[in-house]
Design a protein around this ligand. Structure first.
Ligand SMILES: C[S@@+](CC[C@H](N)C(=O)[O-])C[C@H]1O[C@@H](n2cnc3c(N)ncnc32)[C@H](O)[C@@H]1O
Length: 336
């Protein structure tokens, strides 16, 4: 899976343990799905899952990891990825902007990525196969990128992995049904009812669209107008695409509304101890829906934070202050 700020890879065993302790859960909705690794783990655990995210690259990950039925598409997807590896290279918009104007990938990998993406577009694939091939390409590009894990900047000198050849691999798709949605979280919360709703919102000002703008462009394939050293899409600045959860001013009221809207017997919420909302405030908000308990999980900060602070030109401008932080895992047994 792609490198992703706030990814819950390390929390998943705790989450599954909690789900087993609750018992009897057959449906779940992950309303801020990101990489979809939570939905993937829940589907693998036998829970029927819906995954939602407002960014299109994350929705594509959900279509692959939660919605696609491996029993139906695994054979065709394997064949398709072998064919895509043979796609002729293309040196166009993507290579110019992300390999020469900026340096997210080496040009030889950029041309390969662009060739494969052009071919995916031309094939007009079945939706599941399209999502699987786009995720395979996103993950292949992620393995050869030259960043610290976010696309606000690229490294001044090429990362060692950037020299590796691009290779498509079959994502670990799972058998069975699932659903992916691409809505603002409040709309998704109104539409979906499940035994369990899981909420893992952004917890500070860093926008996911800004941090992963290259994946958004790779998936949308819309050659957007771009700005700045990192060649960000102009819609990163569009108020309509900003998340209320990235705003210190708006997050509290929006979280309150979300908690009030969710339709589930159980609610699990992840929140970081360095976020805009403190533990006591969250406990009182969640207490409006039922009985709240909280586990505290201590873990390493994300890789970029360990490497240091870089400016948009890829120069190191700060050193990390600490290497560990805590994640709160709240559970609400909903009774009102
Ligand atoms: C902390 S990340 C989730 C990480 C995820 N649990 C994982 O393990 O990969 C938060 C996600 O919320 C999405 N998001 C932010 N604001 C949103 C909103 N208003 N509606 C829907 N999704 C939103 C972001 O795109 C991001 O992927």
């Amino acid at each position: 899976m792609i490198k992703y700020l706030g990814s819950k890879r390390l929390l998943i065993p705790r989450l599954l343990k909690k789900i087993d302790e609750i018992g009897g859960l057959t449906t779940a909705a992950d309303l801020f799905s990101g990489t979809s690794r939570v939905g993937h783990a829940l589907k693998n655990h036998g829970i029927r899952c819906v995954a939602n995210d407002h960014n299109v690259y994350a929705h594509t990950l959900a279509r692959c990891y939660v919605e696609a039925d491996a029993d139906r598409v695994r054979g065709e997807a394997t064949k398709l990825l072998s064919e895509l590896m043979l796609a002729p290279e293309v040196d166009g918009w993507f290579t110019e902007n992300y390999c020469r104007q900026s340096r997210f990938f080496k040009p030889e990998n950029g041309r390969k990525i662009e060739g494969i993406r052009t071919k995916i577009q031309a094939l007009e694939l079945d939706p599941a196969l399209e999502a699987i091939s786009l995720v395979s390409l996103m993950e292949a590009a992620d393995r050869v990128d030259s960043t610290t894990g976010v696309q606000m900047a690229y490294l001044k000198s090429w990362a060692p992995r950037a020299h590796n050849p691009l290779e498509l691999r079959l994502p670990s798709i799972l058998p069975g049904p699932g659903r992916a949605m691409n809505l603002d979280v409040l709309d998704a919360a109104r539409e979906i009812e499940a035994d369990l709703v899981y909420l893992d919102p952004p917890y500070n000002q860093h926008s996911y669209l800004g941090n992963y703008h290259v994946w958004e462009t790779l998936v949308r394939w819309d050659a957007p107008e771009i700005y700045g050293v990192a060649c960000k899409r102009v819609d990163c600045r569009d108020p309509a695409r900003k998340s209320a959860f990235n705003s210190k001013r708006k997050i509290e009221a929006t979280m309150r509304e979300l908690v009030a809207t969710v339709r589930a017997r159980h609610l699990i919420v992840s929140f970081n101890n360095e976020g805009f909302l403190g533990r006591e405030l969250l406990e009182s908000m969640l207490g409006a829906r039922g009985t709240v308990s909280c586990d505290v999980v201590d873990y390493k900060r994300y890789v970029g934070a360990k490497i240091g602070v870089y400016n948009p030109s890829g120069e190191k401008v700060g050193v990390p202050t600490h290497f560990r932080n805590r994640e709160f895992l709240f559970h609400v047994a909903v009774d009102r």
